[in-house]
Design a binder for this molecule. Structure first.
Ligand code: SF4
Length: 285
C-alpha cells in the first residue's frame, strides 16, 4: 500500500484528487454507455449520476473517435500543455464496456505521460483491477453508498452480475462485497484511490462513517461525499442542505480526508475544472 508521501507525489498534477486544479487540466472520454447496476437516483437519461454533472448527456465516442479527440486536444497550443489526465467516467459504468480498456490502451501507447483515471460503481472491479493496472491506470474512483446490504437494497434497484439479475439485499451484497474486494486490490497495487459516496438522508446517513473507516483501511486516500439529486425511484427523498453535507464531511474528516471542490464534471469534460472548453477540430488547431 502507498505511504502518505508516495500519495502526495502521486496526486501532483491530478486536478480531481487535490493536485493543482487551477493549472492542471483533464480530459474525460465518454466511451462507456452501458451500466450493470441501477442506482435508485439514476434516470439513465443522462450521464452516470455517481460521477457526472446532473442532467448532462455527453456525446458518446467510439475508442477510435476518442483517440482522435485526444490527438486534437494534445495538439492544441492552448489546451494541450495543461492536460495531465485522461479519464473515463461514463456515461454508464466504464467496467461494463470493453471500449474502456481499448481506449486506455490506445491513449497509453500514444501519450505515455498522461495519467489514466477511471470512475466505477465497482461491481466488476475485482476481475478488472489487475488488467487496468497493467494498462497503466493511475487513479481510481469507486462510488460506495453502503456497507450493509439491507441499506444498499434501498439504494440499488438491481445488479446484473455475470448475466444474472439480482435484486434486494442479495444484489446489493454482491455489489458491496465486490467494491471492497476491488478497492483492497487497488490499494495493494498502489493506485491513488478516491471514494465517492452519495448522501441519501434518512437512508444511508449511518453508513458514512463505516464506509469512511473501511475504505481508509483498504487504501483510499480521500472521500467525496455528494448530495443526492433526487430522481427516479428516489425522487421522493429530500436532498441534504449544503450545511448538512458540510457537517457530514467535517464529522468524517478525522477518519479520512474529505474532498470539497468536486464539480461533478460531465463525462466529456475537457480543460481546467470549472473552465471547460467545447472543442472541435477547428478550434483545437
Ligand atoms: S452506476 Fe448508478 S448512477 Fe451510474 S449509470 Fe449506473 S445506475 Fe446510473
Amino acid at each position: 500500500m502507498a505511504t502518505a508521501c508516495d500519495m502526495k507525489n502521486r496526486i501532483q498534477g491530478h486536478p480531481c484528487f487535490g493536485g493543482n486544479h487551477h493549472k492542471n487540466g483533464r480530459m474525460h472520454l465518454a466511451v462507456a454507455p452501458k451500466c450493470n447496476i441501477k442506482c435508485g437516483y439514476c434516470s439513465r437519461k443522462h450521464d452516470c449520476a455517481n460521477e457526472s454533472r446532473p442532467g448532462v448527456t455527453s456525446r458518446l465516442l467510439t475508442p477510435d473517435e476518442a483517440i482522435i479527440k485526444v490527438r486534437e486536444v494534445m495538439a492544441s497550443p492552448v489546451v494541450g500543455p495543461i492536460i495531465k489526465v485522461v479519464g473515463i467516467a461514463g456515461p454508464g459504468d466504464p467496467l461494463a464496456n470493453e471500449e474502456t480498456f481499448e481506449t486506455f490502451r490506445m491513449v497509453k501507447e500514444e501519450f505515455p505521460h498522461l495519467m489514466l483515471c477511471m470512475s466505477t460503481n465497482g461491481l466488476l472491479l475485482p476481475e478488472s483491477i489487475d488488467r487496468l493496472y497493467e494498462l497503466g491506470l493511475h487513479s481510481l474512483t469507486v462510488t460506495i453508498n453502503a456497507v450493509d446490504p439491507e441499506i444498499g437494497a434501498q439504494i440499488y434497484r438491481h445488479v446484473i452480475y455475470h448475466g444474472k439479475h439480482y435484486t434486494g439485499a442479495e444484489g446489493a451484497g454482491i455489489l458491496i462485497a465486490n467494491q471492497f474486494a476491488g478497492l483492497k486490490r487497488a490499494g495493494e497495487l498502489g493506485l491513488t484511490i478516491k471514494v465517492n459516496t452519495v448522501l441519501v438522508p434518512g437512508v444511508n446517513d449511518s453508513q458514512i462513517p463505516l464506509i469512511a473507516a473501511r475504505v481508509k483501511e483498504l487504501g483510499a486516500f480521500v472521500m467525496n461525499i455528494m448530495p443526492i439529486i433526487p430522481q427516479a425511484e428516489l425522487a421522493h427523498i429530500t436532498p441534504p442542505s449544503e450545511e448538512m453535507v458540510a457537517a457530514v464531511r467535517t464529522a468524517n474528516e478525522g477518519i479520512i480526508g474529505q474532498f470539497a471542490h468536486c464539480k461533478q464534471c460531465r463525462a466529456d469534460a475537457v480543460g481546467l475544472i470549472g473552465k471547460d472548453i467545447t472543442m472541435t477540430i477547428a478550434e483545437a488547431a
